[in-house]
Design a protein around this ligand. Structure first.
Ligand code: GLC
Length: 766
């Protein structure tokens, strides 16, 4: 540590607006409470603070309404206190710690903040007894990360994902700490390559380190995980509501090589009565991998193809890649060159790299005008009727040698390449992690312009904290291995705890050949993933739902039927995520943070507050152990009631996975059609599980931005169970009118009842 500079003792402090500023002998500190439970801690060893960047968090400090706080001085300490937390600052060393009443001491510095001569910075926090760590963005391995060293640097791992593969495509330096009675989170606000060491180098100490930039982090106090996620939605933004069709099943393959092949796959879904909402076109629809073009031979009439597929109830999603083919006869390349939109090397030449189209150049998405240009060029897709765009390879990855010579992803752009607008110029080193985020942003904002009042769907492979504002995210190139089905659970759960709710993995696995049993088990879990897509690599065996014969197809259909029935519930969870940042797929610890059994439970998930799924993750298993937390639960398939608070052995034949509803839940179900399009007037089924609880059903037109103008309906169901019986009340707010329709109320253990839903508040005894 001797090469490090530390703050030394405090010299003076004062409050300036919402910030407590403290001058130390060799550093300055700014402590800013942004809400009563969210505090930003910012250090600089220099005279000046780094300027605020346009690529920064969604909400600047100044955009938060003022929050009351007091500052007090004790012997060795300065204390800042809000209505919910106090921040304790040691005058002698600048060490910072947080407290929220007795027993709730957290995020306490284990050493003073330190700076290295080369610009690296380091913060060290004590790990308290019983603390468990989650989040950290996209990772392989188990759910809980104690003992791991986690790198934040967007990378195509280009090898089989596993616990030792780190970093991955996404970099999100956010973690959630949970122990009985207390959850809190930390966002390490630094875009450079960074490392979070969770007690690996030094047991009992968590370190945040970055190659450059400020020591800048936000601490979000819970005490529940949901409160922590709420704070991240304030700082980083929440996802916009996607179109409803994006919640349906997506079918993809690298590649459906011709328009006819895409048509045939779509037709097969309809012929076999398998619900599906989207067909994805991978890189081969392009002319020689030139982004924003269509191959004239294989896709001679893109508009005709898309129109035909839309008539059959499918939307088309097309892939785009950031590497622009360096071809003087290609308009996008010419335009980008003329306007100087491509990243240059430190020496000033346009930076080249090889990807799918071989020799390629890369747009500087950090510049607003480049994003606007790129976003507008998606017109080549939207004019043909495309409504969804899949952003790939945006770590960005470059190959070791041309793709035409068998190249694979190993590198990226030079670290010293200058990037960004003139007034915010920096090097690739500072903004590498933001490349995918800004490409996704260009895509989303461009589609918002191009699609008028229609909601866009965007998907991205790479991203940074806050990516939920711009795109859904899939976990990249997994394998058709049981181990990767198993890994998908903790991976997606940790993404949700990192603020990204709209996530999924490739159903059936991307690399390697899938088997029937694996596909069946995968789709059972996959049907509960927020983003539900079957996708596979070139050269692998086909894995569409019908490929493995009638039994697997029937299982696939049953899984999709469950998903489509659950759409009113699922769509309401998307709405909740868009409002509050709550994950859609949740680890059990999210709702049961005081139950230590949940801390390492990674083979079960909650879909929203009501449903608990226990997917089968190994071949040949027809039963598995299921942990039900305290309370009462109902078997989704049989309606049988079970007391929680322990394990039981659940039957799990290939036809379905164990699934439970929590007592006190109201789960709205819709009809199952060929896709997710709402059927006005169709009856709404309510599964009611006696107990105490509430559910807010969210509805709107599912397609347009009218919901942003108040065209939505929120129906709040309140369930109360007393000696007198089970009472269900509901009332509706908002301007959208879903009815009139009937409500089929199915009460577990009590039978079914039909009532009219005319928008008026009602209370009924069941
Ligand atoms: C990358 C993507 C994969 C895609 C392939 C071809 O490997 O991760 O999903 O199919 O590129 O575009």
């Amino acid at each position: 540590m001797t090469d490090y500079q530390t703050p030394g003792p405090a010299r003076a402090h004062h409050v300036e607006g919402q910030t407590l500023r403290v001058d130390f002998a060799a550093a300055r500190l700014a402590l800013t409470p942004l809400t009563d439970r969210l505090v930003r801690v910012r250090w600089t060893p220099a005279e000046r603070w780094a300027p605020r960047r346009s690529w920064d968090v969604a909400k600047a400090d100044a955009d938060f309404p003022a929050v009351p706080f007091t500052v007090a001085e004790q012997a060795g300490e300065i204390t800042l206190t809000t209505g919910a937390v106090s921040v304790h600052l040691a005058r002698a060393s600048g060490q910072v710690g947080f407290a929220a009443g007795p027993g709730r001491v957290f995020a306490v510095d284990a050493a003073p903040v330190a700076w290295e001569a080369g610009g690296a910075v380091r913060v060290a926090k004590h790990i308290a007894g019983g603390e468990h760590f989650y989040g950290f963005g996209e990772r392989g391995g188990l759910l809980e990360k104690t003992g791991r060293r986690l790198i934040n640097c967007t990378t195509d791992p280009a090898r089989a994902h596993g616990p030792d593969v780190d970093p991955m495509y996404v970099a999100i330096q956010i973690y959630l700490s949970v122990r009985p009675g207390l959850a809190y989170g930390v966002f390490w606000h630094n875009t450079f390559r960074s490392v979070i060491d969770v007690g690996r180098a030094q047991p009992g100490v968590l370190t945040l380190e970055a190659d450059g930039g400020e020591a800048d982090y936000y601490v979000a106090y819970g005490p529940s995980p949901a409160e922590v996620l709420r704070s991240w939605a304030l700082v980083l933004g929440a996802m916009p509501l996607p179109p409803r069709w994006a919640l349906g099943h997506h079918q993809s393959r690298w590649s459906y090589l011709t328009a006819d092949e895409a048509r045939q796959v779509a037709a097969e879904f309809r012929r076999r009565d398998l619900p599906c909402d989207a067909i994805h076109l991978d890189i081969d629809y392009m002319r020689g991998y030139r982004v924003f073009t269509w191959d004239p031979e294989r896709f001679p009439d893109p508009a005709g193809l898309v129109a035909d597929l839309r008539r059959e109830g499918f939307e088309v999603v097309t892939i785009i890649d950031p590497g622009v083919k360096a071809d003087p006869d290609y308009a996008i390349y010419q335009e980008g060159l003329e306007r100087d939109y491509f990243i240059r090397t430190a020496a000033g030449a346009v930076a080249h790299g090889v990807v799918w189209p071989d020799d390629s150049v890369f747009p500087d998405f950090l510049r607003p005008e480049v994003r606007a240009w790129w976003g507008e060029r998606q017109r080549a897709l939207t004019e043909a009727g495309v409504r969804g765009v899949w952003n790939d390879m945006n770590e960005p990855v470059v190959f070791d040698r041309p793709f035409s010579e068998g190249g694979g992803g190993v590198g990226t752009l030079p670290q010293d390449a200058p990037q960004g607008p003139a007034d915010e110029r920096t090097t690739h080193a500072e903004v590498h992690n933001l490349y995918g985020l800004n490409m996704a942003r260009a895509s989303y904002e461009g589609l918002r312009q191009l699609l008028g009042d229609e909601r866009p769907f965007t998907l991205t492979r790479s991203g940074y904290a806050g990516l939920q504002r711009w795109a859904a995210n899939w976990m990249g190139d997994n394998h058709a291995w049981w181990e990767h089905l198993e890994m998908a659970l903790p991976q997606l759960l940790n993404m949700g705890l990192s603020g990204v709710p709209f996530v999924g993995v490739d159903i059936g696995g991307f690399n390697d050949n899938c088997t029937g049993e694996l596909l069946a088990r995968w789709v059972q879990f996959g049907a509960l993933m927020p983003f539900c897509r079957n996708h596979a690599a070139a050269g692998t065996a086909r894995q569409e739902p019908w490929v493995f014969g009638p039994q697997v197809e029937a299982t696939y259909r049953a899984a999709l039927t469950l998903r489509y029935r659950l759409l009113p519930y699922l769509y309401s969870l998307f709405w909740e995520a868009a409002q509050t940042g709550a994950p859609i797929l949740r680890p059990l610890l999210y709702h049961f943070p005081d139950d230590p059994v949940t801390y390492n439970l990674q083979d079960q998930v909650l879909l929203g507050p009501a449903l608990l799924a226990a997917p089968v993750l190994r071949p040949g298993q027809a039963a598995r152990a299921v942990y039900l937390p305290a309370g009462e639960w109902y078997d989704w398939h049989t309606g049988e009631k079970r007391a929680g608070g322990g394990y039981h052995l659940a039957l799990a034949p290939l036809e379905h996975m164990p699934l439970y509803a929590r007592a006190g839940s109201v789960v709205p179900l819709g009809p199952v059609g060929r896709n997710t399009a709402p059927e006005p007037g169709a009856p709404l089924t309510l599964r009611v599980y006696p107990g105490e609880g509430e559910f807010a059903l969210y509805e709107d037109d599912g397609r347009t931005l009218a919901y942003e103008r108040g065209e939505w309906a929120l129906t709040r169901f309140v369930l109360r169970t007393t000696e007198a019986g089970v009472r269900l009340s509901w009332s509706r707010s908002g301007r959208f009118a879903p009815g009139p329709r009937s409500l089929l109320i199915q009460v577990a253990g009590l039978g079914t009842l039909t009532v009219a839903d005319d928008g008026q508040p009602r209370t009924i005894m069941l």
